[in-house]
Design a protein around this ligand. Sequence first.
Ligand code: PLP
Length: 456
Amino acid sequence: DAETLWRQDRDHFIHPFTDFSQFHDKGCEMITDSDGIYVEDVHGNRFIDGIAGLWCVNVGHGRREIAQAMADQASRMAYFSTFNNLSNAPASQLAAKLAELAPAHLNHVFYTCGGSTANDATIRLVHYYFNRLGKPNKKRILSRRNAYHGTTYLAASLTGIESNNWSFDTLSELVTHLSEANLYRRPEGMSESEYCDHLVNELEAHIAKIGADNIAAFIAEPIMGAGGVLMAPRGYHKRIQAVCRANDILYIADEVVTGFGRLGHFFASEAVFETQPDIINIAKGLSSGYSPLGASLISDELYAVLGTPQCKGGVLSTGFTYSGHPVSCAAALKNIEIMEREDICANVREVGPYLEQSLKSLSHHTTVGDVRGSNFMMCLENVADKATGELLPVEARVGDRVAEEAQKRGLIIRPVGHLNVISPTLIWSRETVDTAVTILDEALSATTASLKRDGF
Ligand code: PLP
């Protein structure tokens, strides 16, 4: 029953990234069922899922076809190694499908267990690549403050969110964090294009300082997700990539969130940001979360050095027991089939701008400082003072308050500090947007009232 489940959870389940003190007495929301745009808790309460699980259930919940494809594969051959000369059909078919969907120069797939492991493996791969080229000093990776690239030790080191890493030693000799690209909080008085120049200059200055011969790669999310859906100035990614190219620095796009339709395309790098990354990392929407899976898509140019028969005398010594897991790959193949059949990217391109515009209509609330994002990747930034952008004190728990008020009214959104992220399943219609935005409108009013009541 619900009570037993709650106790089992509280006493034994260590939740990721969780402040246990907050949930010890209240218990957790036990999600037991799901269908389409909805999830349901153990008490039978139904919610609109405004976070797609965790930016991942892109095709929506309860897709029997995916469950069936996984069951068929698991009954036939649930697992076997893919090391050396062994392989399986779903992994091979999915690799070919990804090569077809990805930008033309990305034709090779390295499978991982999720996003962190994709980013982690990528760094090893990049180091291996430069070693093979006789450039062993090219080791340093450039990332950005407030980037989120995952939570293995190496991926956590790439991550630039201070609150994530305060209790760990990150690999600072390996990773440099440049400024975040955050249009909303750019230095005062700078225009968008001046801000872009400023960020590009910072990169160039850093390369000049430590030397291109010591830098292997630059890694970036096209839109920074967990760091707060931070939007870069127009043209930023393209210019950063050009600087990387000119300095023999590889460009890695972390599309774990932006990939698989969230911005209206299977891959946002080329279609939206006009970049041609050397590597694109994906996870989450790749299998819509029905089974864990991640992948790095590798360019022909890199592969020519890493993997051809001419490259004797070395092995890329990285990989996982579950690299190319047949059940996860079967889930991803069916997920992609559904995305193509229902043209889910077209739905995002149609409904996404409507979601943006509808959320922007909430800007009149006194606590809403910024509404930003693109298509199905959106965020509200809550503030104390709209004019200055000054924040409310942490104890006000404003992000939690808004999320709690929304949840009471049947919508789950995600609090991230003082922010609220809205990253729905990609099957929302305009009507769903209307319902969700009405709930948010009420939740924001209730939050303003409760903040006032509590003296904030
Ligand atoms: N990269 C980005 C941009 C992410 O948002 C995430 C997870 O949220 C990751 C990597 C890590 O993926 P995973 O949690 O599957 O390891």
